[in-house]
Design a protein around this ligand. Structure first.
Ligand code: UFG
Length: 326
C-alpha cells in the first residue's frame, strides 16, 4: 500500500513514517519543513518539499505517487499560539486540510487518517473523556481540527472516502535515540523540562498553580509517540471496514509538578521551576478513555509509564542536545 504522509518530517509524523516503513508500506512524505526536519525522514521514504496551501503541488504528488491512503499530520498545533493568532488555525489549518482532502477525493484515495486532538473537548464535563463527551473546542486550534473532522464526515457520508480521526492527548517520548522531538521554538512541557536538565535553560515556568486539580497545576495524559504510531497503522488497516474516531491516551493523568518530579528522578538533575501566570486556553485536566480503540482494534499502549516516556525523550535529548541541527 502507498501512503502519503503530510508533516512526515515533524515529530509525530516522522515516527509514524518510520513505523510504516518498518511494517512494509511505501511512503511519500510531503512537508514544507517549517517545523519538520529533512533528517527525521526515514531514508526509504520519498520526500517532497511543498506546502499544502499550494493545490498544484498536492495534485502533482497525488498523480506521481498514487497513494492508497493519506495520513495528515502537517498542521499548526499549539493551543496557546492559536489563542493569539486564531486565523493561522481557523483559516490556514482548515484551508490546507481542505486542499488535501479535496485532492485526495479527486484522486480516488479511499482512506484518510487525520491527526485530531483532545482540545476538541475544551473543558470536559467528565474525565476520563470517552466518545460520549460533548465537543466544545477549547481554542481555535481545536476548532480547526473539528472542522476538518466534519469535512471528513461528509466525505464518508457521500461515500467518497473512509476516515479515521485520532484525537491525541499529549504526545511525548522518543521513538529511539535518533528520532525525537525538536520544535523551534519549543513550547511543550517535557522537552522544556529536559532542556533545563541539560543546562540549556536556567529553569522553567509552571503556568499556573491555581487550577482545580490535586496540586493546582494542570493534569495531562502523556502518551508515547510509538503508541500513537501503532494506533495509526491499526486504524489504517481497519479503514476497510468503515470510518472511526478514537481518543488516544493512557487513561492516567500527571500534573505539571509530577512531570517535573519524574524528570528529576529520571535525569538526576535539579530542574528549577517557578510558578507564573496561567497560559490562555489551558484546561484543568485532560485524561483519555481509550476503551473504544482498545475494544475495536486491540490497541494497547506499550509504553504507558511516565518514567519510560521521559527516559526515552531524555536519551534523544542527551544524544541530540541541539536537535537535528547538530
Ligand atoms: N506547561 C508549563 N510550562 C511550560 C510548558 C507547559 O507549565 O513551560 C504546562 C502547560 O500549561 C500545560 C502542560 O504543561 O498545562 C502541558 O503543556 P504542553 O504545551 O506540553 O501541551 P498542551 O497540553 O498545551 O498541548 C498538547 C499539544 C496539543 C494538543 C494537546 C492535547 O501541543 O496539540 O496536547 O492535550 F492539542
Amino acid at each position: 500500500m502507498n501512503i502519503l504522509v503530510t508533516g512526515g518530517a515533524g515529530y509525530i509524523g516522522s515516527t509514524c513514517v518510520h513505523q510504516l516503513v518498518k511494517a512494509g508500506y511505501d511512503v511519500v512524505v510531503l512537508d514544507n519543513l517549517s517545523q519538520g526536519h529533512r533528517a527525521a525522514v526515514h531514508p526509504a521514504a520519498a520526500f517532497v518539499r511543498g506546502d499544502l496551501d499550494d493545490r498544484a503541488t498536492i495534485d502533482d504528488v497525488m498523480q506521481a505517487h498514487r497513494p492508497d491512503a493519506v495520513m495528515h499530520f502537517a498542521s499548526h498545533t499549539l493551543v496557546g499560539e492559536s489563542m493569539e493568532e486564531p486565523f493561522l488555525y481557523l483559516d490556514r489549518n482548515v484551508r490546507c486540510g481542505l486542499n488535501l482532502i479535496r485532492s485526495a477525493a479527486a484522486h480516488n484515495v479511499e482512506r484518510f487518517i487525520l491527526s485530531s486532538t483532545a482540545n476538541l473537548f475544551g473543558t470536559p464535563e467528565q474525565v476520563p473523556i470517552d466518545a460520549s463527551e460533548r465537543i466544545d473546542p477549547g481554542s481555535p486550534y481545536g476548532e480547526s481540527k473539528f472542522i476538518l473532522e466534519r469535512i471528513l464526515h461528509w466525505m464518508d457520508a457521500l461515500d467518497t472516502m473512509r476516515f479515521a480521526a485520532l484525537r491525541y492527548f499529549n504526545a511525548a517520548g522518543a521513538a529511539h535515540e535518533d528520532l525525537g522531538e525538536d520544535h523551534d521554538p519549543e513550547t511543550h512541557l517535557i522537552p522544556i523540562v529536559l532542556e533545563v536538565a541539560l543546562g540549556q535553560r536556567d529553569g522553567l515556568s509552571i503556568f499556573g498553580d491555581d487550577y482545580d486539580t490535586p496540586d493546582g497545576t494542570c493534569v495531562r495524559d502523556y502518551i508515547h509517540v510509538l503508541d500513537l504510531a501503532d494506533a495509526h497503522i491499526r486504524a489504517l488497516e481497519a479503514l476497510g471496514d468503515g470510518s472511526c474516531t478514537y481518543n488516544l491516551g493512557n487513561g492516567r493523568g500527571y500534573s505539571v509538578r509530577e512531570v517535573i518530579e519524574t524528570a528529576r528522578a529520571v535525569t538526576g538533575r535539579d530542574i528549577p521551576a517557578t510558578v507564573s501566570d496561567r497560559r490562555p486556553g489551558d484546561p484543568d485536566t485532560l485524561i483519555a478513555s481509550s476503551d473504544e480503540i482498545r475494544d475495536d482494534l486491540g490497541w494497547a499502549p506499550q509504553y504507558p509509564a511516565l518514567e519510560t516516556i521521559i527516559e526515552t525523550a531524555w536519551q534523544w535529548h542527551q544524544k541530540h542536545p541541539h536537535g537535528y541541527d547538530d
